[in-house]
Each structure stands twice: as C-alpha cells, then as structure tokens.
Design a protein around this ligand. Sequence first.
Ligand SMILES: [Zn+2]
Length: 162
Amino acid sequence: MPKPTSKPSAASRKRPSVRALRGTVFVTRQVHFNAAHRLHNPTKSARWNAEKYGLCNNPRWHGHNYVLEVTVAGEPDPETGYLFDLGELKHLLEERIVKPCDHRNLNEEVPFLRDVIPSTENLVIAFWQELEPRIPRGRLHSIKLYETPRNYAEYRGPNPAL
Ligand SMILES: [Zn+2]
C-alpha cells in the first residue's frame, strides 16, 4: 500500500474551475401593489358602461390588492450561475411598476396608463411595454397579474411562442 503523503495531490493542484451548465431557465419575481380603478369607456354611454362593467363601473372607484409576477427567460451566466441579479429585477419592478401604481388611481395618476381602460388584460400589456426594453439580461417571457386570488391575466408579448 502506498504511504499517505502530505504532498498535495495532482487534482488539488489543478487550477480551480467552474462547469457552466447550459439551458434556458425561467426566473420569476413577484411584487404586490394596491390600487384603485374604474372600468369605464368614456366614448360610450353611461348605460353601455353600466351594462358592460356592472359594479366595476362604480364612479366612486374600487380597489384591488394586485399581485404581479414577472418571468424572465435565459441561460445562466457562466461566471455567476445567475440568469441575472434578482436585485436588479426587483429594483426595475419597484421603479417602473410599484412606485407609479401603488396606492394610486390607475385611471388618473399613472402616466403610462393614460387613456387606457385599466382592465387586467390591458394592464399586463402596458406593464410589458414598460418593462421589456429594460430587462437587464435574458428576455421577458411573461407577465401575470392577479386582480384577485382567482382571476389573473397573463401576457407573453406581441409574438408569443405557441
Ligand atoms: Zn376592478
């Protein structure tokens, strides 16, 4: 049997290395905001609006506790193992969505929603347009917005893969 030796083995003298794994990963960040809105089409009559939207057309507004999930797709950076720094995405969502929308009236106070009927469907498209050009790495894959725990809309961009 060879005697144990105190010399470092060939393996431990090797330069340290990392093995990059390839593959598309989907990373999601969730944020919350509370906001008021009213579903109302100002080009239509009061009666049309009342019939289409019911309670959601209340001229005195109503509110939701919105939950937003933003998913970015891409390959992990070989140096970090991250798709991107989650802190960067958190900052982007805070600046672009939460700050302008939280405790606001979506019909009247959010510049990028001007003249948009703030349905969940329209909100996911508007949020996509705000976020997509600013994603630090990878590509924006989907935006899900929960208006209630049971109702949500999802948007995967103008040309979603089928
Ligand atoms: Zn509503």
